[in-house]
Design a protein around this ligand. Structure first.
Ligand code: ATP
Ligand code: LTN
Length: 327
């Protein structure tokens, strides 16, 4: 069975962008692939976290992984910090990656601007820890949103560099994009991606938002000038809303456009809010049940870490031996 690996930072609320761009694909792919899904807490601390909140966010994220339909019997769910091979391999990659390569990363450039007072070295070397997360498990695909494509390209570059020097060491992983919605845009600014670290909560819909909040956020969402509910280059805001509607309702964008022909934005937004609320209802029920049993979530993470460690240590030991560091 071919392998996939992906991860999300336990740094805040999971939103529809995370779900449509990443999580939803994971649920579909778990049937066909040997799946490893990580909670990347060492990545999350590149932005200062409140310790208690980070612990809570970690459990909240495992609960969300399960609530959307990942099956812990089938997939390996684990926390990055439980498998020390990740930070060890990341250090080795620090000695193989070039400053210029990391300076080109758009996520770094954005985050450095966003966090002027804490533009720490971890923000800069972040992609190398991500490369280690991936390459330790030799996956064929990495299902992530489009914003992470550049990091996957860097990961491939590093893997090839190591393979050229030391012979076959790493599988070269491929970016796996969601067929629709690989980049969901912010509701209050369709030129920016929907993001959990956005300054305004009006930009995203959290998977845990109540029906009232969802209705308000959708009502407030930006639209384009005009009245027709159509997708296209000149209507980026509507295209984004139509994409969300289409993915969550299993209708094509054309079918949704037809449904709201001649009805204006108000009716469409009301329909969209209903679709989102109905879609999230069962996820929210599951999530609440799962969060009431933290020891069970801890057990799942422990079991996952044990499975992950076996594979990660094997790769790390191979790399160490190749560079001349024998146990
Ligand atoms: P932050 O805003 O703090 O950078 P984030 O909301 O981008 O966080 P991540 O933890 O960085 O969330 O991303 C988790 C996964 O969700 C990644 O695979 C990422 O590509 C995907 N993702 C994040 N935002 C979007 C989006 N707007 N559309 C599609 N996929 C997204
Ligand atoms: N950088 C990713 C999160 C991430 C990741 C990974 C994704 C860290 N390690 C390994 C896939 C595989 C992000 O979404 N910001």
């Amino acid at each position: 069975m071919e392998r996939i690996l992906s991860g999300i930072q336990p740094s805040g609320t999971i939103h529809l962008g995370n779900y449509i761009g990443a999580l939803r694909q994971w649920v579909a792919l778990q049937e066909q692939y040997d799946s490893f899904f990580c909670l990347v807490d060492y990545h999350a601390i590149t932005v200062r976290q409140d310790p208690e909140q980070l612990t809570y966010n970690t459990y909240s994220l495992v609960a969300m992984y399960l609530a959307v339909g990942l099956d812990p019997e089938r997939v390996t769910l684990f926390r990055q910090s439980d498998v020390s091979a990740h930070t060890e391999l990341a250090w080795i990659f620090n000695t193989f990656a070039y400053m210029g390569e990391l300076e080109r990363m758009t996520q770094y450039k954005d985050k450095a601007k966003q966090h002027k007072k804490n533009n720490n070295v971890g923000l800069f070397t972040y992609p190398l820890l991500m490369a280690a997360d991936i390459l330790l498990y030799q996956p064929k695909y990495v299902p992530v949103g489009e914003d992470q494509k550049q990091h996957i390209e860097l990961t491939r570059e590093l893997a090839e560099r190591m393979n050229n020097v030391y012979g076959e060491t790493f599988t070269i992983p491929e970016y796996f994009a969601a067929p629709q919605g690989a980049r969901i845009m912010s509701l209050d600014d369709p030129t920016k991606k929907m993001s959990k670290s956005a300054t305004s909560e009006w930009g995203y819909i959290a998977l845990t938002d109540t029906p009232e909040v969802i209705t308000k956020k959708v009502k407030k969402a930006m639209t384009d000038s005009g009245t027709a509910v159509v997708a296209g280059k000149t209507t980026p805001a509507l295209t984004n809303l139509l994409t969300i509607y289409s993915v969550l309702s299993d209708k094509t964008i054309q079918e949704v456009e037809a449904l709201y022909q001649g009805q204006g934005y108000g009716k469409f937004k009301q329909g969209l809010a209903e679709v989102i609320i109905e879609y999230l209802k069962p996820i929210q029920v599951n999530y609440a049940t799962l969060m009431s049993d933290i020891p069970m979530l801890q057990r799942i993470l422990q079991q996952g870490a044990a499975k992950a460690k076996l594979i990660a240590d094997k790769t790390l030991n191979d790399v160490k031996a190749k560079i001349g560091i024998h146990p």
